[in-house]
Design a protein around this ligand. Sequence first.
Ligand code: AMP
Ligand code: GLY
Length: 420
Amino acid sequence: MKIAIIGSGGREHAFAATISKSPNVKEIFCIPGNAGTSQITTNVELDINEFDKIYKFINDNSVDLVVVGPEQPLVNGIVDYLEKLNIKVFGPNKIASQLEGSKIFTKKLCQQYNIPTANFGIFENRIDAKKFLKHTKYPNVIKADNLAAGKGVYICNNEQESFMAVEEIFDGKFGKAKNVLIEEFLKGEEMSYFIISDGSTFKAFETAQDHKRALEGDNGKNTGGMGAYSPSRLINNDLEDKILSKIIKPTLKGLSDLGTEYKGFLYAGLMIVENEPYLIEYNVRMGDPECQTILPKLKTDLVEILEACCERKLAQKDIHWVNKKSLCVVLCSKGYPDAYKKNVLINNLENFNLDKDNFVFHAGTKRGDNKIYATGGRVLNFISLSDDFLKARNEVHQCLKKLDWNGGFYRRDIGFKVID
Ligand code: AMP
Ligand code: GLY
């Protein structure tokens, strides 16, 4: 088989590494990929939003299966586009991708199907939004409706902060804004819950906890994710039953009532408040860095699972996991999530003797004159599997010490809630 992976982050390197273990795979392409994927795939320099060029490449190279990593092409309808041209592609269609593409779409679905989520209001202009904000409780949460790459969410402690958020959103800071969403602030602990679905059947695909803030102790700015561990410390049978019956199943029913279905990974970002799940957001893809944290635990052949989904045969496929803890630390460029230097040389990457329980997945890296350079905010992911989280983190820290890269920083406290 020939497989093309779309994307260039740590998630996509983890996909590539996992897919490369499948005995059925002859060749992997990564569009556009990074320095890490270039070691195991053929990187293809194409824009992930130029569907016609992607199709041409896939067709010219007789690719059998396309796996889409990031949300942008999914929300823009890459699955519908390629399927019309008879290409097998793993990911949700354009209508289903609104679960991530439009927060208001998701909120309305929650309302209609009684899915637990923060109370909210939708406002079409500044005047109505501000009128509401004069009589609301703080803190509250103000969100732009459109995809904003993890930005576009303000936690506001007073009227002044919330007015500023409304102004910035309607001024177009995150693209043209028709609406603003004002939400109740939920106090609890966040957890990422994943399923994989073939449109008729779905299966759980592990849990994790991300660390979104840039600095230790969950301080500093929001980032794409500074590290994760899996499984989540919050998951238990009772909670999982509630997540499935109150959130996942009604969502899939809602899509079916709209005349569509969900094929792909679905990532529910949850707030757990006293063992009760509330939906904060949906993502129509695997998480990053959760994907890098979870995939090393997968025992079943990932390609067989993805193919079963494309053929609507997931019901016949069991998914098995290694019974270990996994922990991932993300090494970032100094300055991230604000401005950082690009094209900084990374030495020592060849020093690693990685074994079956230790992994390095690249994110913002590129290869040039046989050296590796950092080009992005999140640069490398270090993952370790172990019997306990502390051992896993110690292993990861050993690797980071060996790398000794002075262009970067990382949080030393990933997993602090599960490690004393
Ligand atoms: P989102 O892009 O919707 O995932 O929001 C980004 C982050 O803001 C989430 O990961 C949460 O940490 C936080 N957040 C969003 N909505 C709420 C809420 N209603 N209550 C508390 N925190 C929230
Ligand atoms: N872990 C955050 C995200 O993938 O959106």
